[in-house]
Write a protein that binds this ligand. Sequence first.
Ligand code: AMP
Ligand code: MG
Length: 495
Amino acid sequence: MKQSNLTVSNEFAALSPAFYTRLKMQGLTDPTLLHVNPDVLAQLGLTMDDARSPQFLSIMSGNADLPGGITLSAVYSGHQFGVWAGQLGDGRAHLLGAIRGTDVDGKPTDWEIQLKGSGKTPYSRMGDGRAVLRSSIREYLASAAMTGLGIPTTQALCLVGSDDPVYRETVETAAIVARVAPSFVRFGSFEHWYAAKDTTRLRELLDYVISHFFAQEVPRQDSEHTLNDVIERFVDVVIERTATLMADWQSVGFNHGVMNTDNMSVLGLTIDYGPFGFMDGFQINHVCNHTDTQGRYAWNAQPSVGLWNLYRFANCFVALGADPERLKGRLERYEGLFIAAYRQRMVAKLGLDVWKEGDDELIDGWWRVLHEQSADFTLSFRYLSQIDDDEGGLRSLFADTTALEQWLVTYRTRLQDNDSDAQTRARLMDQVNPLYVLRNYLAQEAIEAAEKGDMSVTDALLQVLHDPYTAHPGMEHYAQQPPAWGRELEVSCSS
Ligand code: AMP
Ligand code: MG
């Protein structure tokens, strides 16, 4: 990796030292670069030659700092499972600095690089600062899957492994994922200073986040805009982004699993992939996190949990003089924003040109039919586009098709109001209904192969997940429903 090619900045480190601890990482022993995501690499302006250099591996395994970077772990707090958890922070993550690259439109952008699993920090509490290969592969693939689906997410540049033992339920081996995002600031980063009654730091964080990441959408405080105007607009944008993110998640059957406020990105990105899951058979109250016995973070609870978390976030700004009633007024917009975003996605998924009165019933009816038969979430939508040619694919997903057939009668009637012809509808539906998602069993296949040193499954999955809306010849396996062993895989917080 040529240092001269790198433009590294440390904007987060320019905040007061109270926001983080500067420290050395505890790198992995004798590390191997297991995989690199070429899209993320290119976004950072790096080449495969860079990625193959010994320096790249040293950095990404936690054995060397980013040249010109300031390595640090950030502090934050948060509400976990509805309860104030106090101080948390990067317990096993290190921010290396930011690399100047480009965004999707080719515009220059600074991308923060954060390693996860790179050793203990002052925020590790009882943890060992490590991440196992299993959970690191899941995060690595999920980040690519979300990007491919067009859903805002932190990204993953590469995956590094080692034989270093990590003790979980059994002995596993250590890995590091290099995560990439404009910022890793969370709702809990703000809650931290609110709880500490430190309005100076709260204000500092607010100014930092707005000036760096919301400059286009939030006005500066000036003669025309009071601090309260600025805060309300900022909260508004975070509400909008969270509402659309929840609609995105719902539209692909994604269940995050641990929607604690410390796992909610202020930028509206999907962040902190732990016991997440893309549903196979649809169950409306599906809970992917085995540890979540109450079902607090069930699939159908996600939109309302998003709002609950936004309340915790917005409330912080009362300490800066924001009017609680006005903030509440902003938060009350959330439901409408979510519903609008959700309807937009759902009508597109059903191949309808526009949302019409009565479509909510049609959509709810569809969910009911899927739920009752635990029909495959992803393939049900995908095969629905084919019913004019062949209903067989769709029917094959249902043990009993009685309710499905009744629903199809209503659906076909509704399609008569549609302007686009059947062919166009099928084409448009395939552009929004993925054929491939990161099913648990596929992640498991990638993990089991990787544990034997074989990265070919990870590699194949990355290819299909990069473009999940297009059928990839020869890759049919990755679109299939889980085999019996892959249906009830338990995913817990252990990572
Ligand atoms: P999570 O719910 O997985 O996002 O993690 C909650 C908190 O626990 C965060 O502050 C993490 O940094 C921390 N944490 C999780 N696993 C470990 C670990 N193995 N070592 C240190 N800290 C950890
Ligand atoms: Mg977390």
